[in-house]
Design a protein around this ligand. Structure first.
Ligand code: SAH
Ligand code: SF4
Ligand code: F3S
Length: 441
């Protein structure tokens, strides 16, 4: 038997790309590939790319440039571009970087084995279709390989919201939900392979409406089905849109013990004028009332958010409204970005904000968000939380895991194994993590 071929995948962007990279590795695993951690000994390199901001997209070309020497040494090396840049730029990638052999969009990953075979014959291959068939069903599972305690599971993909700044509706396509039985089967399989916590993924995960036994199911109904899976201890989901936050999902946060008290609910801005221009279809006030209702159902829930500053036409006063909203919500974590012009999106055509003003706003917003994040983290000191251990720490006897609220927690003198859950008393709060001690030895 010949030695296995080696596959190096580098993943950029969101959690869905992480999930997709795993599926691609499995699909090519069927063709005799094993994964390698270094591009140097790879027979195939795949970049799973992100198009969300200009910097993310440009990174791909600089990374590709770095493989020139490698390809010169090893003419059989095949280089592929997958993900959202592949979808958005297609053929253009091969024009700009001739060493690329293969371009594959997010909806065509199940066709990778055939594409790889074609590329091996020296042909350049491109597939950025939105095919009818269910790619998830066609992506082969490697038999029962053991897994770590946490996993992502895509339940919904694509977006119909068309926020004026965003490329996702173009790169991921129209909103599609996977049927519930297939998700449940995949969850069961993950649990059998050692997974204890599943994060359900979707660009608009709370718009989930996959087919169930009695018609379409909501995300909350899907969560209640997953709640019945023995051995699955924790359920999370991301990312949600404020307008799809249904009553049953809010209620589940108060009643479903496996559903973790953490919610990523991007608002983007606090000015109604800007929200309208962003095509977000919610106001600052409606968002604040929604947060109130969620906190009524689950008072200790940790809220996380996304923000864009310097969106076209944003004034200092508009930006102040964002700061005011942040003050009111008190975020446990947040991601904030300077607006990046994306060709083909409606906002790209509008009057752009002075970059220096946008930089200044980003700094001010990040200072406030960092302060809040630290306050929320510090407020955990003295509390008891449940930790799912994910790895050994740097010191002997130390283990590291995540609390229900997704804080990293270091536990010294810990005799528990990876994948165990334990009650931990939080003793101190550091720069980016908490430290605690097991409550029962
Ligand atoms: N599907 C998710 C996230 C999409 S991308 C959702 O709807 O929330 C993640 C974040 O990137 C967005 O929430 C937004 O804050 C940011 N983002 C998207 N497009 C951007 C752009 N053109 N410039 C800057 N940030 C952007
Ligand atoms: Fe992009 Fe808006 Fe859709 Fe989120 S809801 S993926 S920000 S278009
Ligand atoms: Fe990026 Fe595509 Fe995800 S643009 S954020 S990889 S959906």
């Amino acid at each position: 038997m010949s030695a296995p071929k080696k596959l190096f995948i580098k993943t950029y962007g969101c959690q869905m790309n992480v999930y997709d990279s795993e599926r691609m590795a499995e699909a090519l695993g069927g063709e005799g590939y094993v994964e390698t951690k270094s591009p140097d000994d790879a027979d195939m390199i795949l970049l799973n790319t992100c198009h969300i901001r200009e910097k993310a997209a440009e990174k791909v070309y600089s990374e590709l440039g770095r493989f020139k020497g490698l390809k010169a040494e090893k003419p059989d090396l095949k280089i592929g571009v997958a993900g959202c840049v592949a979808q958005a730029e297609g053929q253009e990638i091969m024009r700009r970087q001739p060493l690329v052999d293969l371009v594959v969009g997010p909806q065509s990953y199940h066709r990778l084995p055939e594409m790889e075979a074609k590329a091996r014959t020296g042909e350049k291959v491109l597939d950025t279709d939105f095919p009818e068939e269910d790619k998830f069903e066609k992506l082969k599972n490697r038999p029962k390989a053991k897994r770590g305690p946490t996993a992502f599971l895509t339940v919904q993909e694509g977006c119909d919201k068309f926020c004026a700044f965003c490329v996702v509706p173009y790169t991921r396509g129209a909103e599609v939900s996977r049927p519930a039985d297939r998700i449940l089967r995949e969850a069961q399989d993950l649990v059998e392979r050692g997974v204890r916590e599943i994060t359900l993924l979707g660009q608009n995960v709370n718009a989930y409406h996959g087919a169930g036994l009695n018609g379409d199911m909501t995300l909350a109904q899907l969560i209640w089905e997953l709640d019945k899976v023995d051995g699955l201890e924790r359920i999370r989901f991301t990312t949600s849109h404020p307008n799809d936050m249904q009553d049953d999902l809010i209620e589940a946060h108060g009643t479903c013990a496996k559903l973790m008290p953490y919610l990523h609910l991007p608002v983007q801005a606090g000015s109604d004028k800007i929200l309208k221009r962003m095509n977000r279809a919610h106001t600052a006030e409606s968002y604040l009332r929604l947060i109130e209702r969620i906190r009524a159902a689950r008072p200790d829930i940790l809220i996380s958010g996304d923000f864009i500053v310097g969106f076209p036409e944003e004034t200092e006063e508009d930006f102040q409204a964002t700061l005011d909203l942040v003050e009111e919500v008190k975020y446990g974590t947040a991601y904030s970005f300077k607006y990046s012009t994306r060709p083909g999106t409606p906002a790209a055509e509008r009057a752009q904000v002075d970059p220096a003003a946008a930089d200044d706003r980003l700094q001010r917003l990040q200072a406030l968000l960092t302060k809040q994040q630290r306050e929320v983290q510090d407020s955990m000191v003295g509390r008891d939380v449940t930790v799912l251990f994910e790895k050994a720490g740097r010191f002997p006897g130390q283990m590291v895991g995540k609390s229900d609220y997704l804080h990293a927690v270091h536990v010294a003198d810990c005799d528990r194994a990876i994948g165990d859950l334990a009650r931990v008393r939080i003793l101190s709060s550091g720069a980016n993590s908490l430290a605690g001690a097991l409550i029962e030895k």
